[in-house]
Design a binder for this molecule. Structure first.
Ligand code: GTP
Length: 212
C-alpha cells in the first residue's frame, strides 16, 4: 500500500528555535547552541487507521539572506508552522508582516499554524529586564492569539522545546490539519528536485500509531 505523504515546513526568524523543536521531536535532544540551518528534512512514519502515513518535516533557514535557498523548501507543502519567540517581540512583528508576504509569493493559500516558541522565557526576569530597557515586554498569549487571527492562521499554539512542552501537541495538530489539506507551493523542476534531494539530510524515525 502506497503511504499517504504530507509535508510540514517550519519557518520564522533566525534563532527562534525551529531546529530545537525538530531536534526534541525527532531525537529527544535539546541543542544548547544556535547553529544556523541551511536546510534539513526529517521523515516520520506513522500509521493512521491501519494505513501508512509519511510526514516530511522541513527545517529552514531564518536569515533573510537565505530566502533563495528557503524558497526551494515550499514545493508541495501541506502545512507551514510559522514560529516566533516570546523573548523576541520583533519576531512576532515579522510573523505578521514579513513572513506572510514570503508565503503568499511561494506557497499561496497554505494552511498556517502560528507557534510561540521559548515560552519558558516569558517570565524570566533577565528577559523582562532586557526588553523593558527597550520599552518592550515578552509576547503575551493574547498578543500571539491576536496575531494568529490577523494572519488567518488555522491555529495558535505555544511551546518550549527546552522543557519539551507543547511539542507533541504541535505535531499532532499539524498532522491532523495536513491530512485535510491539498499541497501548495510551486512544484520544483526535475533539476531542482535533484538538487534539493542532494541538499537534504534525511533521518528516519518511526512513531506509534497516530490515533485520530
Ligand atoms: N530558553 C529557550 N531557548 C531555546 C528554546 N528553543 C531554542 N532555544 C535556543 O535558541 C537558540 C536558537 O535555536 P535554533 O533552534 O537553532 O533556532 P532556529 O530558529 O533553528 O535558527 P536558524 O536556523 O538560524 O533559523 C539556541 O541557542 C537554542 O538553544 C526554548 O524553548 N527555550
Amino acid at each position: 500500500m502506497r503511504p499517504l505523504r504530507r509535508k510540514l515546513v517550519l519557518v520564522g526568524d533566525e534563532a527562534v528555535g525551529k531546529t530545537a523543536i525538530l531536534s526534541i521531536h525527532t531525537r529527544g535532544e535539546f541543542p544548547d547552541n544556535h547553529v544556523p540551518t541551511v536546510f534539513e528534512n526529517y521523515m516520520q512514519e506513522l500509521w493512521v487507521s491501519g494505513a501508512p502515513f509519511r510526514l516530511s518535516l522541513v527545517d529552514t533557514a531564518g536569515h533573510p539572506q537565505m530566502s533563495t535557498v528557503r524558497s526551494l523548501s515550499y514545493a508541495d507543502t501541506h502545512v507551514v508552522i510559522l514560529c516566533f519567540a516570546v523573548d523576541q517581540p520583533k519576531s512576532l512583528m515579522h510573523a505578521v508582516e514579513r513572513w506572510p508576504r514570503e508565503l503568499a509569493a511561494f506557497c499561496p493559500g497554505v494552511a498556517l499554524i502560528l507557534l510561540a516558541t521559548k515560552c519558558d522565557l516569558r517570565e524570566d526576569p533577565m528577559v523582562e529586564q532586557r526588553l523593558a530597557q527597550q520599552g518592550e515586554h515578552p509576547v503575551t498569549f493574547e498578543e500571539g492569539l491576536e496575531a494568529a487571527a490577523r494572519i488567518g492562521a488555522h491555529r495558535y499554539l505555544e511551546c518550549s522545546a527546552m522543557h519539551d512542552i507543547g511539542i507533541g501537541e504541535l505535531f499532532e495538530h499539524a498532522a491532523r490539519i495536513a491530512l485535510d489539506e491539498k499541497p501548495r507551493g510551486a512544484r520544483t523542476t526535475q533539476l531542482r528536485r535533484r538538487r534539493t534531494h542532494r541538499l537534504s539530510v534525511k533521518s528516519w524515525f518511526s512513531a506509534p500509531e497516530l490515533v485520530f
